[in-house]
Design a protein around this ligand. Structure first.
Ligand SMILES: [Zn+2]
Ligand SMILES: [Zn+2]
Length: 387
């Protein structure tokens, strides 16, 4: 078996940590108990340096190798759960209604702890491994908060790697690609200000519903007519609020939606065109429009060399047929993207088997994936810091 024997041995212990974290989910930056658990484990393992409170509740552990090298690579896991009520009925189900580890960050944190335990035991590498545990991945930009607290400079991190479990990919398999692997999930709120009046006298009004309805269709021109057909962009209008009753044309309409892109060039194009379409269509009808366009995390962009190193480590663990190196990107967002903007690195998917999807109340991380994930981290660290 290409899984490391020691990682297989650790699977039972790591899954106990995983189930403890699953029972005790915490949200966004309020991950005090999880962060304390992580810091206590790192201390128990004899990790050389442990720093808490980076990016409010993030934790970093530094493990020094036996060689004399000074290069440092960062391995990152996320710690936060989601505001959701669990329906799995598992013995280790969340003890708190309205909070749940429905994205598997309990598994991510536990697997990185397992790797940290092994790396601190063996130290069979030349340089330093920074194990990074971040808060607030689910919409709080925790990665950015850690970066703004000096994460990269303070520990001299030269490369960064991340991992996310993926339902639908069998346990024991990995998937990765070069370039954009997850989307920039931007969003917009458009307000159209017209002039209300009697529904029987539309000529005396500027009807914001009429304009908004055209806008829903016209925004699809970004994908259908502006984007190069071989590059991806999704524009979805997800909310349309206007009016009160049958016989009144309202003053205003409000539309909300999301824009997903896989390259910064497409991201810029989509924003520019959406602004032009909104302003142009409103002014063509004599209305005023405002648009609040909010850029969320960037595209999660895998650097060529680092994606190859990650793929090699995964192949060494799972075998060539079990690593897809040209997986289709996901149009969901991932805030590890902020770290990949600062340092070269790569983000990989690890199979979670035939479970419910991420963010579903029936989802659970599959503990059988642990030996693969732990082995991947170890191989990657030892290979990137080989003597
Ligand atoms: Zn998630
Ligand atoms: Zn997640």
């Amino acid at each position: 078996m290409p899984i490391l024997n020691r990682a297989a041995e650790l699977q039972g212990e790591v899954s106990e940590w995983r189930r403890y974290l699953h029972e005790n989910p915490e949200i966004l930056y309020d991950v005090e108990n999880t962060a304390a658990f992580v810091a206590a484990k790192l201390k128990e393992f004899g990790v050389d340096e442990i720093v808490t409170g980076i990016g409010r509740t993030g934790v970093v552990g530094i493990i020094r190798g036996s060689g004399s090298g000074s290069r440092t690579i960062g391995l990152r896991a996320d710690m936060d759960a989601l505001p959701l009520t669990e329906l799995t009925g598992k013995p280790w189900a969340s003890k708190t209604s309205g909070r749940m580890h429905a994205c598997g960050h309990d598994g991510h944190t536990s697997m990185l702890l397992g790797a940290a335990k092994y790396l601190a035991e063996t130290r069979n590498f030349d340089g330093n491994v920074a194990v990074i545990f971040q808060p607030a991945e689910e919409g709080g930009a925790g990665a950015l908060a850690m970066i703004e607290d000096g994460l990269m400079e303070r520990f001299g991190i030269e490369e960064v790697y991340g991992m996310h479990n993926m339902p639908g990919i069998p346990v024991g398999q990995f998937a990765i690609r070069k370039g954009g692997i997850m989307a920039a999930p931007d969003r917009f709120t458009i307000t159209i200000k017209g002039r209300g009046g009697h529904a029987a006298q539309p000529h005396k009004t500027i009807d914001p519903i009429f304009i908004g309805a055209q806008l829903v269709g016209s925004l699809q021109a970004v994908a259908a007519r502006n984007a190069d057909p071989v590059h991806s962009v999704v524009v979805s209008v997800t909310r349309f609020d206007a009016g009160t009753t049958h016989n009144i044309i309202p003053d205003k309409a409000m539309l909300m939606g999301t824009v997903r892109t896989l390259s910064e060039a497409m991201r810029d194009l989509a924003e520019t065109r959406i602004r032009q379409i909104v302003q142009g269509l409103a002014s063509a009808h004599g209305a005023e429009a405002t648009i609040d366009y909010e850029r969320n995390c960037p595209v999660t962009f895998n650097h060529d060399h680092q994606a190859q190193y990650a793929a090699k480590a995964a192949i060494d663990v799972a075998g060539l047929p079990n690593v897809d190196t040209e997986v289709d990107p996901s149009m969901a967002g991932e805030d590890f993207a902020y770290m990949l903007k600062r340092r070269p690195g790569a983000f990989i998917f690890i199979g979670n088997g035939d479970t419910a999807g991420l963010h579903n109340p029936n989802y659970d991380f599959d503990d059988e994936a642990i030996a693969y994930g732990v082995s991947y981290w170890i191989k990657l660290a030892e290979q990137r810091l080989s003597e």
